[in-house]
Design a protein around this ligand. Structure first.
Ligand code: 26W
Length: 808
């Protein structure tokens, strides 16, 4: 890189210029910063090439409110092939590169699946040299830090930006103005209808670009554009001098609060004003940028915009990009409605990521009118034209109008706007796509049958296998060569090795090494450790009732019952690890966390039980902790009520790292089990159509419980004083929700209904693990069949079916 200075020299120079310290006196944190500083020099050529090469090619704007990136240092070094060089330089300075890597704050700008998927996609588009710009928000605080106190989740702010973010480039030159509130009226000027917007508040949106370096020796970077809000006009000195302090600070406050924090609710909407503002801020800034760039490249014919740009909307959160682009075309560039609409219809596509009713976004009409009056008018017009059209095709059919209408009663239904305006609506697994067509969007599917498609999610095998599990990665390469790195479906070449006993032993030895690493990690972080020889059984994902951590917990109570009654012959020792954050306002989810921690106490207090089972709650689950947890896992728990988990992506990460799955026929579990076969995948529970059927029949969880003494005994533990120092009432709400129901139906997620099937399948798991050859064979088959789930495949499919981009 530099002819005159060695890498070590450059890091030391950065230490001096940034911190005025010599390596002998530098903290690890300072060494991380200095190292990152030198890596920027390597990143810039990729970034500059991408920015240049994007010109003249069709670009994709991937709009998402969340990008759950995880750490960058290791990933970027590996992808650029610079890891060894840096390791050596840091070694010479007396630092271990692994320690330095851990100094990087983990940017948690996402809640869970949606955000992590966006990050995997960026890695893949960069590796496949596709011209993609991810557009998101530069939240000052990412997802809260979870602290467990006395078994309860407490939330602390995540201050990931406090020491700066070394990978970003502030682009002041690309700033735009975003307007909120005010009044909109129409006026005929010179025979033309003009829309006037007055009395609004403005903020300045400034993009910070983060180059995303891909693998595959790609020479370009993906670009993540994170928008940040600053006051539109500088501090209003005149007002301040008049003594009106509060008023003079209004601008400042409006801007600083906008990107302050990521909303921590996963799968639940509350209609908060600030969230709507965040959404419009992202959409307006990104669409202005899109149009400005098109024009600044010397193009003047905006009719050609669809040949230059496609926009992908991730879940409904960035839907406002559609009416915002309409606004820009009509109000700023004099397009007539029909022209603007036909341009937009060619540009937008949408992926739905959840079908939970409470997650389908609607906004109060009044709020929208107030916060973004012009946008509301445009949505109303879109709706009126749409409903008129449908009415003309189905005269007299009010019910269809009621269902498809974008504005319904006092709500604006964002999913309906997407389903109308986007040329493609995508589901994230085959089952999910079917549910979208048959249920959620069945009317739209009848109107526009060709719109719907299904592209199964994926994960980047670079971060999740190659880098997170270097020992396994090396073993695989030793056996089948390294072609799987650029073509992950070649992992299938491992299949014959499942029958090779010496390979199996090596595979099992790698797992053991990873368990040791996890054990050390847990010891350092939480002061707990586990038996390396036990089965590591993991459920790691957001805490939500539909994901059914409760089913897992009840089963552990059942195992405890077996142990204390002497029925533990052949029981394989297991370490149950849970990792999950609950939305701060989701009381039931938080209570389930407390329950898991109390079960841990119960089991630990019993000398017999603690030799056979151990329950660990891994605090503050994040991308970084997942990278340690997943490679060490033997059994992956994927327990969602069938029909509720759109895809799941954790399931794919575990599989790729040689864990076996116990799971329902839900989301991508179905596709995983189809690939590995039923011998190497533990299926249990009702299927999606059976769940639906049972629900419509009226499902009596109480009878299921009382007719099954084993289940009853486990459920009774919740309130018999065994848990929480004899507290009888703490978990009574969990019990009553299961058997009596609150607000209507009991056990809405069919935990009790699936318990027996789960218990019996867990017996098969136990038996399989006892035979280490059989288990090792299955584990290898899981890794071998995981190549399909690389996000490189997913992105290729998106590009072929939806985006049609040319490679750079
Ligand atoms: C507005 C509140 C809110 C916030 C986040 C609603 C919905 C969400 C996300 C869409 C929830 C989410 O992350 N869904 C997950 O998306 C993954 C990626 O497609 C899927 O694998 C998971 O099954 C799905 O739960």
């Amino acid at each position: 890189m530099d002819k005159f200075f060695s890498l070590k020299d450059r890091i030391e120079m950065a230490l001096k210029s940034e911190y005025a310290v010599s390596p002998g006196k530098a903290t690890k944190q300072q060494v991380f910063d200095a190292t990152a500083h030198t890596i920027r020099d390597h990143l810039m050529p990729y970034y500059m090439k991408s920015v240049d090469d994007h010109h003249g090619k069709k670009n994709l704007f991937y709009m998402c409110m969340e990008f759950l990136l995880g750490r960058t240092l290791n990933n970027a070094l590996m992808n650029m092939g610079l890891f060894d060089e840096y390791k050596e330089a840091l070694d010479e300075m007396g630092f271990d590169i692994d320690d330095i890597i851990c100094e990087e704050p983990d940017p948690g700008l996402g809640n869970g699946g949606l955000g992590r998927l966006a990050a995997c996609f960026l890695d893949s588009v960069a590796s496949l040299d596709l011209p993609v710009v991810g557009c998101g928000i530069r939240y000052q605080n990412g997802l809260f830090k979870q602290v467990i106190e006395d078994g309860y989740q407490k939330e602390a702010p995540d201050t990931w930006l406090s020491r700066g973010f070394p990978w970003e480039i502030k682009r002041e030159d690309r700033k735009v103005e975003v307007r909120f509130g005010g009044f909109v009226y129409e006026e005929w000027i010179d025979g033309k209808l003009s829309v006037m917007h007055t009395g609004y508040d403005s903020v300045t949106a400034i993009p910070y670009d983060v180059p995303i370096i891909g693998g595959n020796n790609s020479s370009t970077a993906g670009i993540l554009k994170l928008w940040s809000a600053e006051p539109y006009e500088n501090f209003d000195l005149a007002t301040f001098n008049k003594g009106e302090y509060r008023k003079s600070l209004k601008n400042e406050n409006n801007a600083s609060i906008l990107c302050r924090v990521l909303y921590p609710a996963d799968n639940h909407t509350n209609g908060q004003e600030l969230r709507l503002k965040q959404q419009y801020f992202l959409c307006s800034a990104s669409m202005q940028y899109l149009v400005n760039r098109f024009l600044s490249l010397g193009n003047d014919d905006l009719y050609k915009l669809p040949a230059y740009a496609a926009v992908h909307i991730n879940d409904t959160h960035p839907t406002l990009a559609i009416p915002e682009l309409m606004r820009i075309l009509m109000d700023e560039h004099d397009f007539a409605w029909n022209e603007a609409w036909s341009i937009c219809k060619k540009m937008f596509s949408y992926t739905n990521h959840t079908i939970l009713g409470e997650a389908l976004e609607t906004w109060p009409k009044k709020l929208m009118q107030e916060i973004i009056p012009r946008i509301f008018k445009i949505i109303s017009e879109i709706n009126e034209r749409f409903c008129t059209d449908v009415w003309n095709k189905n005269p007299g059919d009010w019910s269809v109008i009621n269902r498809i209408s974008i504005i319904h009663e006092d709500k604006v239904r964002m999913a309906n706007l997407c389903a109308l305006a986007c040329h493609t609506v995508n589901g994230v697994s085959q089952l999910h796509s079917k549910i979208l067509k048959d249920d959620v969007f069945s009317d739209f599917n009848k109107l526009y049958p060709n719109k719907f498609t299904g592209i199964t999610n994926g994960i980047t095998h670079r971060r999740w296998l190659q880098y997170a599990n270097p020992a396994l990665s090396e073993l695989i390469t030793e056996a089948i060569g390294d072609s799987w790195i650029s073509d992950p479906e070649r992992l299938e070449d491992l299949k014959p090795f499942a029958d090779d006993s010496s390979f199996r032993e090596k595979f099992i030895a790698v797992k053991r090494t990873n368990k040791e690493k996890l054990n050390k990690y847990l010891q350092n972080k939480q002061g707990v450790s586990f038996d390396i020889d036990s089965m590591v059984d993991v459920q790691a994902k957001r805490l939500h009732e539909y994901k059914r951590q409760l089913l897992n917990a009840l089963h552990i109570l059942h195992l405890y019952n077996r142990i204390v009654t002497g029925d533990y012959k052949n029981m394989v020792p297991r370490t149950f690890i849970f990792a999950a954050k609950a939305a701060p306002g989701y009381d039931m989810a938080k209570l389930i966390i407390k329950l898991i921690n109390e079960i841990s106490v119960l089991v630990n207090a019993n000398p017999l039980a603690r030799d056979l089972i151990k329950v660990i709650f891994l605090e503050n689950y994040s991308v970084s902790s997942a990278e340690i947890l997943i490679p060490a896992t033997d059994l992956s728990e994927q327990l969602s009520t069938a029909g509720f988990e759109a895809s799941g992506t954790g399931n794919m990460k575990f599989m790729m790292n040689g864990a076996l799955t116990i799971g329902t026929m839900d989301g991508a579990n179905i596709e995983i089990s189809n690939r590995v076969g039923t011998d190497d995948f533990f299926v249990f529970g009702l299927k999606a159509d059976e769940v639906k059927e049972r629900k419509t029949q009226g499902y009596a969880s109480y009878n299921i419980c009382t007719q099954n003494p084993i289940l009853m005994a486990a459920v009774n533990r919740l309130t018999d004083g065994s848990l929480a120092n004899g507290n009888l009432s703490l978990f009574s709400e969990i019990k009553s929700n299961l058997i009596l129901g609150s607000h209507g139906a009991a056990d809405s997620y069919m935990v009790l209904c699936d318990f027996n099937s789960y218990r019996l399948t867990q017996l098969k798991v136990n038996e399989a693990y006892a035979d280490s050859h059989r288990w090792g064979k299955s584990a290898i088959i899981n890794t071998a069949m995981s190549g399909f789930f690389s996000s490189d495949r997913t992105i290729r499919e998106y590009n072929e079916r939806i985006w049609n981009l040319d490679r750079l």
